[in-house]
Design a protein around this ligand. Structure first.
Ligand SMILES: N[C@@H](CCC(=O)N[C@@H](CS)C(=O)NCC(=O)O)C(=O)O
Length: 201
């Protein structure tokens, strides 16, 4: 089988499994143990960070969740999980994917670690402050109709949605009716129930 997903059932690799449900294609799933297999030389050769998920497509090795999802959505463009290359919605699609992997994740990790950004430091910090990132998130979600790129469900909904569903379940994100409306839309997708059942309810 040409597509191999190195993952762990308790990792963000489950997000790729949600995407695979939407794509409805076969892949080989390889479970990698934390601490041991993930830090072994053979695995570090694939991903020097020693983290999952990693997708291998023939000789191409892709790590970073956002990169994996974007790659798969484009490789199987006929499945409609990405706006086409000339569609202006592609800009929105990229904005969400990069925002989630960059400023949003950094803001949340720093918050969980108890790191506080002083007002005078905000200009050096890509996300400004957690409150700025949250405001941007809610403002963006208020424009979802019902998905991030309008009527088309895309890989951005999978990357963004999985993160937000997880944070909501863990009580790590301040509730908001706009957030709840978006998450409830995602919870109705059959692929979520199959790919990431723990986040479907
Ligand atoms: N930036 C990476 C982060 C990957 C990551 O943090 N993976 C965690 C699981 S969710 C991991 O493999 N941790 C194992 C370790 O650091 O030892 C991505 O988005 O793919």
């Amino acid at each position: 089988m040409s597509l191999k997903l190195y993952t762990n059932k308790e990792s963000r690799g489950i997000v790729v499994e949600w995407l695979f449900q939407e794509l409805n294609i076969d892949y080989e799933r390889i479970e990698v143990a934390y601490y041991t297999e993930m830090k072994a030389p053979e695995f570090l050769h694939l991903n020097p960070f020693g983290k999952v998920p990693v997708l291998v497509d023939e000789k191409t090795v892709i790590y970073e969740l956002g990169a994996i999802c974007t790659y798969l959505a484009d490789k199987y463009a006929e499945k409609g999980l990405a706006p086409s290359i000339n569609d202006p919605k592609r800009g929105l699609y990229y904005r969400w994917l990069f925002m989630m992997a960059g400023p949003w994740e950094a803001a949340c990790v720093d918050k969980n670690l108890g790191l506080k950004v002083a007002d005078e430091q905000k200009m050096f910090v890509g996300y400004g402050s957690y409150d700025d990132a949250y405001t941007a998130l809610i403002q963006g979600l208020s424009e979802a109709e019902p998905y991030l790129c309008g009527g088309q469900f895309t890989a951005a909904d999978i990357c963004v949605g999985a993160m937000l569903l997880w944070q909501d379940k863990m009580g790590e994100i301040q509730p908001h009716p706009i957030l709840e409306r978006y998450l409830n839309t995602l919870r109705q997708r059959e692929s979520l129930k199959l790919g990431m059942p723990m986040l479907a309810s």
